[in-house]
Design a protein around this ligand. Structure first.
Ligand SMILES: [Mg+2]
Length: 214
């Protein structure tokens, strides 16, 4: 099967989520919360769960409900030295280059951060564009509107010829429902029953039969 376009999630999909970077981002999100809303520290986990459930993330929830400055919060929470967590991945680069079709990043993170991550991994030039948190605000993945917005921004008009890859089961299920060929990546979670394919690591990308050239 020949696909026109591939939409890749970033965090936990294009690199191993156990590298410590997501913990560092989460730490910074927890530092940001008290700047916006007064909460006892023990209530922060439940608050974040609720924001995740209702808005797909803490930062959009803080913005919609409490007037947090979305851009400032994204910049603060992603202000990390990426090189401390990630290193170049030439093998991944080679595999991405062998995959024919347009390639996009579709992330709920900040695009300035996404560029820095891709640059450190050595794969920035493999991608045609980035859809980020700002593009889909205030409804990130797994909202169906986020998938529609991603197709609109990229001018991809045939979703049946588009692939979506993500590590989160609920995003994979939503991508499938939106009409994408949806691939679950990573070992952290069991594949969602709606996943069209699953791989334990992004390095196995080319083992998916549908991606092999006829
Ligand atoms: Mg992810």
């Amino acid at each position: 099967m020949k696909f026109d376009a591939f939409f890749f999630d970033l965090d936990g999909t294009l690199y191993d989520e156990n590298c410590g970077m997501l913990d560092a981002i989460n730490q910074r999100i927890c530092e940001w919360i008290p700047r916006v809303v007064s909460l006892p520290p023990e209530e922060i986990p439940a608050f974040r769960d609720e924001m995740f459930r209702r808005y797909g993330g803490t930062l959009p929830g803080l913005t919609v409900e409490y007037g947090s400055d979305y851009y400032a919060s994204l910049r603060y929470c992603h202000d990390l030295r990426i090189e401390d967590y990630l290193s170049p991945n030439p093998l991944l680069r080679e595999k991405l280059m062998r995959l024919s079709g347009r390639k996009y990043i579709f992330t709920t993170a900040y695009r300035f951060y996404a560029v820095r991550v891709l640059n450190v991994l050595g794969i920035l030039d493999c991608f045609d564009g980035i859809i980020d948190a700002i593009d889909v605000f205030p409804e990130p993945k797994p909202a169906q509107s986020a998938f529609k917005r991603a197709l609109q921004i990229t001018a991809e008009d045939d979703v049946s010829r588009c692939v979506f890859l993500d590590d989160q089961p609920r995003n994979v299920a939503a991508g499938h429902k939106a009409g994408f060929f949806s691939v679950q990546v990573g070992k952290e979670y069991l594949p969602d029953p709606l996943a069209d394919a699953s791989i334990s690591s992004i390095g196995d990308l080319l083992t998916i039969p549908a991606f092999q050239e006829e």
